[in-house]
Design a protein around this ligand. Structure first.
Ligand SMILES: [Zn+2]
Ligand SMILES: [Zn+2]
Length: 311
């Protein structure tokens, strides 16, 4: 059941080009981090035995990440070389091995300033990277850290994983009868089976025509309001056969004007982050190309002002 996407490490499932690009970059980056950490080890570890243990630890980490003996040795050799170079400079007196705080402070301050300037303002992303959810968001956090260090304007978004339960359980014996807590009718609960938090706000969602096979009849949207409210609006526009309803348009074109059943699911939840929500929606649209979204929605690369009314 757990397939591994070709070329990607376990836990990382990305689409096509971006995935291979990312993996190539990540492999280089990972080696660089290992190298840097090993240099620090050489600098700050006292005692042969302790040092050997620490180096072993890093070598093992690389081994578990799938790096070959040659690659592991290469990284260590480079770290050692760098360290020897530092030793030499120390002996020469050009750069002390253990620099006091005041050492070339001006230069360091300038470096810091540059880093700050390179770092992006909130909401100013050039790209979105979708990665699979890992326990405690570990993978997402690591990716974010690295992007930040590199000054790349990439927003890392965790996909909400399909839980084993939803993969195994087709119909939910506790299916709600279209009622939400207050006894009012809920279109989301009416149309879906299984667990779905219809009250969830600030979401990116997908609506799919149940009468269409495969990828046809899909729409991706985002909403600050609850999914329940937004979905209700979609259903009302459909019911009145509004010309603004992408679903009615679909049913006219593909089902001879018959009102088909819809399925809805939450793809992502973004509490208190409207920008991220909109960037993610745009990213999902670009990545999965839903046929019911408009051309305008495809072109949207960056967060844009949206009116409240639905398409
Ligand atoms: Zn509901
Ligand atoms: Zn359809």
């Amino acid at each position: 059941m757990l397939r591994q996407t070709e070329g990607a490490a376990t836990g990382v499932v990305l689409a096509g080009d971006l995935a291979s690009l990312f993996m190539v970059w990540w492999q280089t980056e990972f080696k660089r981090i290992m190298e840097r950490e090993m240099v620090e080890l050489l600098l700050f570890t006292r005692g042969e035995r302790e040092l050997r243990e620490h180096v072993q630890y890093y070598i093992h980490r690389m081994q578990y990440s799938g790096y070959s003996v040659t690659e592991r040795e290469e990284v260590y050799a480079r770290a050692k070389k760098k360290f020897d170079e530092m030793l030499r400079k120390d002996r020469e007196g050009t750069v002390p091995l253990y620099r006091p705080k005041e050492w070339k402070r001006e230069m360091k301050d300038e470096e810091k300033k540059q880093q700050k300037m390179n770092w992006f303002r909130k909401g100013d992303y050039e790209s979105v990277l979708f990665i699979d959810a890992t326990p405690n968001s570990e993978l997402a956090r690591k990716c974010r850290k690295i992007y930040k260090e590199c000054g790349l304007k990439v927003k890392v978004v965790e996909k909400t994983g399909t839980s084993v339960k939803t993969m195994l359980v087709k119909s939910n014996p506790f299916k709600r009868q279209g009622k939400s807590g207050m006894g009012e009718e809920c279109k989301v609960c009416e149309d879906t089976e299984g667990e779905l938090d219809c009250k969830k706000r600030e979401v990116v969602y997908e609506i799919k025509c149940r009468d269409c096979d495969g990828a046809r009849g899909r729409y991706i949207g985002e909403s600050a309001n609850s999914l329940q409210e937004r979905y209700k609006q979609h259903k009302e526009k459909l019911k009145t056969r509004s010309k603004d309803s992408v679903f009615w348009k679909h049913m006219k074109e593909h089902h001879g004007g018959k009102l088909t059943n819809l399925d809805v699911k939450i793809i992502g939840s973004y509490p208190f982050d409207a920008t991220l929500r909109q960037v993610s929606e745009a990213g999902y649209i670009r990545e999965t190309i839903p046929d019911l979204n408009t051309k305008e929605e495809y072109r949207a690369n960056t967060p844009r002002p949206r009116n409240i009314s639905i398409q």
